[in-house]
Write a protein that binds this ligand. Structure first.
Ligand code: NDP
Length: 316
């Protein structure tokens, strides 16, 4: 049982590698930097069953060697950040779209039996057709023109990348399932900061003075990693899988954090008018729950996140 995980050193992928090793898989993880990947080599089972391979999303053929001979490929690597975007095409869109097609081309060449792609709710729920009564499920697609107009560049990157992936696998007759997580929180294995946990960190340490006027889904990182594995292992798994334990407006997340951690200097009291708003919605993870995954409640995920931030010295 050999599988490849692209972007293995990332937040979600590190957990995916850990759980795959625990389940007896032999894993080839692609990474860009040996420095950022050291923690993977410390995972139980890594010395015998994990091999790290260097690969870059924008280098043609870069993944050929990593994917060759693997039964399955988990493609998680993609840039994830929303701040300091000065050149969206070069920073986000090209690595996401070209990178995905690059990995899938290697899979087609290697005749990979099954691919699991990490997409996002960013590719599902951001469309002006959304109403507050909408139940957003896997049949929904973000509108990339609308995302461009609102400068939601990360959402553009994920929407175009997932669309390109579906077109590619259809043409090449590859088996693919897609995981669409909402905002992912939880313990990091790699000890560095990451975009989604930073939201909680900035609220707790008082750096964030405002919050977006947005209602989004939240989910734990271990559940997202396990969703990838269940989707891979289940012969019945098909299409896309939204992963969200619940919906919370950012303002309600701030209120929840204030209730759970009354001693932290949380001061985000007003909405950030610069972030475009969109009506709240009900995000359905029913399809994922039907695969047998029980999602950890968001309070518990927050608790794990905070404990971990303290362990890494990122929070007092
Ligand atoms: P991380 O930033 O921790 O992981 C991103 C990974 O992609 C890293 O391993 C990074 O490598 C790799 N990567 C980025 N650019 C390149 C490149 N040019 N070539 C090779 N590798 C590259 O973020 P997450 O773990 O949170 O994200 C993983 C996936 O999950 C992404 O596809 C993201 O869009 C998706 N996702 C994340 C959510 C979240 O809330 N965290 C929500 C929904 C989806 P390196 O370590 O070298 O930087």
């Amino acid at each position: 049982k050999t599988v490849c995980v692209t972007g293995a050193s990332g937040f979600i992928a590190s957990w995916l590698v850990k759980l795959l090793l625990e389940r007896g898989y032999t894993v080839r993880g692609t990474v860009r930097s040996p420095e950022k990947s050291k923690h993977l080599l410390q995972l139980p089972g890594a010395s015998d069953h994990l091999k790290l391979v260097s690969a870059d999303l924008l280098e043609q053929g870069s993944f050929d060697q990593a994917v060759e001979g693997c039964d399955g490929v988990f493609h998680t690597a993609s840039p994830f950040f929303t701040k300091n975007v000065t050149d969206p095409q070069a920073q986000l869109i090209e690595p996401a779209v070209k990178g995905t097609l690059n990995v899938l081309a290697s899979c087609a060449q290697a005749r990979t039996k099954k691919v699991v792609l990490t997409s996002s709710v960013a590719a599902v729920a951001y469309t002006p057709k959304r109403k507050s009564t909408s139940v957003v499920d896997e049949s929904w697609w973000s509108d990339s023109d609308y995302c461009q107009e609102t400068k939601a560049w990360y959402n553009v990157s994920k929407t175009l990348a997932e669309r390109a992936a579906w077109d590619f696998v259809k043409e090449k007759n590859l088996d693919m399932v897609v995981i669409n997580p909402s905002m992912v929180l939880g313990p990091v294995l790699q000890g560095s900061k990451n975009t989604s946990n930073d939201i909680i960190l900035d609220f707790l340490n008082g750096t964030a003075k405002t919050f977006p006027n947005l209602c989004i889904g939240w989910v734990g990182v271990k559940d997202v990693a396990m969703a990838h594995i269940l989707a891979y292992e289940s012969a019945l798994a098909t299409g896309r899988y939204i992963c969200a334990e619940r919906q919370l407006h950012y303002g309600d997340m701030v209120a929840l954090l204030s209730k759970l951690y009354p001693t932290y200097p949380i001061c985000a009291k007003v909405v950030d008018e610069t972030v475009p708003t969109i009506p709240p919605h009900n995000l359905s993870s029913q399809k994922l729950r039907d695969l047998g995954l029980h999602l950890l409640p968001t309070e518990d995920v927050i608790h794990e996140t905070v404990t971990n931030l303290k362990e890494w010295g990122l929070l007092d």
